[in-house]
Design a protein around this ligand. Sequence first.
Ligand code: AQP
Length: 335
Amino acid sequence: MTEEGKKKLFSAVQPSGAVTIGNYIGAIKNFVTLQDEYDCIYAVADLHAITVRQDPAALRRNTLELMALFIACGIDPNKCILFVQSHVPAHCELTWVLNTIAYPGELSRMTQFKDKSAKHAENVNMGLMDYPVLMASDILLYQAALVPVGADQKQHLELTRDLAIRFNNRYSGTFTVPEGYIPKGNGARIMSLADPSRKMSKSDDNPNAFITMSDDRDTIIRKCKRAVTDSGNEVRFAEDKPGVSNLIAIYTAFTGKTIEETEREFAGKGYGDFKLAVGEAVADALAPVQAEKARLCKDKGYLNQVMKEGAEAASRIARKTLSKVYRKVGFYQGE
Ligand code: AQP
């Protein structure tokens, strides 16, 4: 499990659908890179997922599959703590306390709350508004110094820092104030293939807007071929070319090539050749991950064991912080 002395790092992904290459490039890819340097704690955020309506059977399946995907992508349960958020009750308990120092005004101003409220107008629930407080609890429970997330989560991370500072000021130093680890430049925010002005999201109604980590080769290539591009036919990374720039970001993330190398590689070639190459690069990179994930999904006993051990290890750290918080706010704990 984790080692003493290293800085702690926390992050999570919601099992709210099939994980996209946006989630992978913005978050999971970094989870793997950082696991040797930090004491890493990664969760499947099922408590967050129910802030929008989920089919219960699909949620259970997605939870197991996400755990398998983490491992198939290279996260090593012997180096990191891997667990399911609802298996550690301290997340809900700390959320309650932090709710008492969070203001409705700041929560209703969050971009994700506004976007998701508009998208799920029939189900604007308190959990949706409280999402960032639960996220703050996730991070602060583990005294995480670093949080690898995509750029879309920057605002929530800022709120986490505000809540930590607010609590520390009111009750004396309790929480580590975390820093974000957001991929630099083009990988931070992968955009929708159907509308490059919106981020790629696993809950998008249009399946052509995203590539999932389990899409097969033909589907990946078809989606890349259909991706919305810009006028002209020059493969160049530029602000006035959001569609092509997004495909370049995806291509560089999966091939390890730079933007300049990519522009040179496709100089004089049209969008058609480039889109095919993007599709092939993504499919080639995902094939071994998909095979490993399929193997792991057949071994439920192993996945259950990882989750159980992960929840136990996470609980040990979380309860320590929670008991400190309870003491600070004045809850009687027996003296
Ligand atoms: N398009 C993206 N580009 C880069 N990073 C992204 N992330 C999400 N979308 C992109 C990062 O993935 C991690 C896990 O995200 P999440 O599942 O916890 O929630 P999310 O940000 O709300 O992701 P989705 O795909 O948009 O899910 P739904 O549709 O269910 O809301 C986070 O670190 C996030 O930054």
